[in-house]
Design a protein around this ligand. Structure first.
Ligand code: KIV
Ligand code: NA
Length: 262
C-alpha cells in the first residue's frame, strides 16, 4: 500500500473519518500496527518511560529518537510516521532544524512533533520543508514546571490560552495537533476551529483522531493505567486483535467513552 501523507490525513478530517494513532518504538510493533490499519504511528518520547525505564520523558536524547524512528519507519508500509522532538532539542529555530533533520534523515520520520506554542520554531521548520505536529494541553516535557501529570484547561483563562495557542500553531504552519488531557468540551471547540486534524489523548471523542501509548492499551505498563486509556487486551484474542479492536472502536466513535473523558 501507498504510504499515507499529510494530505490524506487532512482529507480524512474533511470527510469526518476518524484518524487512528498509537505509539511504537520498534519494527515488530510498527509492522503489526501497520497491518492492523493504524493511520499514524507516533514514535513518542514516552519511550523514555516505557522502553528506557525513566520516570519522565526528559532523559530522552535526539539519538534515541532517531534510532527508534528508524526502527519504526523501516517496518511500516502505509502508516504516517511522526517522531517526537525530545526535551530541550528545539530551543531555537537553528537547533530545532539540526535536530529535526536527524529525525527525518536518520530516522525516516515524515513529521516531527514538539510541545508548546513555539510558533517561531514551527514556522522555521515548515519553511525548511519539515512538517510539524503541535502538542498542547498536558506537556510531559514540562512536568517539573507543572508539578505533575494533571488535566489542563479546566479554568476559563487557561482554556482560552490553549485555544489561542492552537490557532497560533495552525497559523504558524503546523499540519497536525495533539491535544493531551484537556476537557472534552475545550477539545471539541479547538477541533471545530482548526482546519488541521486534531488528535486527542484524554481529550474526548470529538477530536479528529485518537492516540494512546501502545503499552498502556496492551495493559503491559507497570503501575496505574491513566484514566483516559483502556485495556484493549481484556477481550482480545492476542496483541494484533487488541490493536484492531482499538482501530475499529476509534473509527466507529466508540472510543473514547465518557469514562475515559474529562
Ligand atoms: O510521547 C508520546 O507517547 C506522546 C503521546 C502521548 C501523544 O507524545
Ligand atoms: Na511525547
Amino acid at each position: 500500500p501507498k504510504t499515507l501523507s499529510i494530505a490524506d490525513l487532512r482529507a480524512m478530517k474533511q470527510a469526518g473519518e476518524k484518524i487512528t494513532s498509537l505509539t511504537a518504538y520498534d519494527a515488530s510493533f510498527s509492522a503489526l500496527l501497520d497491518l492492523a490499519g493504524i493511520d499514524v504511528i507516533l514514535v513518542g518520547d514516552s519511550l523514555g518511560m516505557v522502553v528506557q525505564g525513566h520516570n519522565s520523558t526528559l532523559p530522552v536524547t535526539i539519538q534515541d529518537m532517531a534510532y527508534h524512528s528508524r526502527c519504526v519507519s523501516n517496518a511500516r508500509k502505509r502508516a504516517f510516521v511522526v517522531a517526537d522532538m525530545p526535551f530541550a532539542s528545539y530551543a531555537t529555530p537553528a537547533q530545532a532544524l539540526n535536530n529535526a533533520a536527524q529525525l527525518m534523515q536518520a530516522g525516516g520520520a515524515q513529521m516531527v512533533k514538539l510541545e508548546g506554542a513555539k510558533t517561531d520554531v514551527i514556522e522555521f521548520l515548515v519553511e525548511q520543508g519539515i512538517p510539524v505536529c503541535g502538542h498542547l494541553g498536558l506537556l510531559p516535557q514540562s512536568v517539573n514546571r507543572i508539578g505533575g501529570y494533571k488535566v489542563q484547561g479546566r479554568e476559563p483563562a487557561q482554556a482560552q490560552k490553549i485555544l489561542e495557542d492552537a490557532l497560533a500553531i495552525e497559523q504558524a504552519g503546523a499540519g497536525l495537533l495533539v491535544l493531551e488531557c484537556v476537557p472534552a468540551l475545550l477539545a471539541a471547540e479547538i477541533t471545530q476551529n482548526l482546519t488541521i486534524p486534531v488528535i486527542g489523548i484524554g481529550a474526548g471523542s470529538a477530536c479528529d483522531g485518537q492516540v494512546l501509548v501502545l503499552y498502556d492499551m496492551l495493559n503491559i505498563t507497570a503501575g496505574n493505567r491513566p484514566r483516559f486509556s483502556k485495556n484493549f487486551m481484556a477481550e482480545a484474542d492476542g496483541v494484533s486483535d487488541a490493536v484492531k479492536r482499538y482501530h475499529h472502536a476509534v473509527k466507529n466513535g466508540q472510543f473514547p467513552a465518557a469514562e475515559h473523558t474529562y
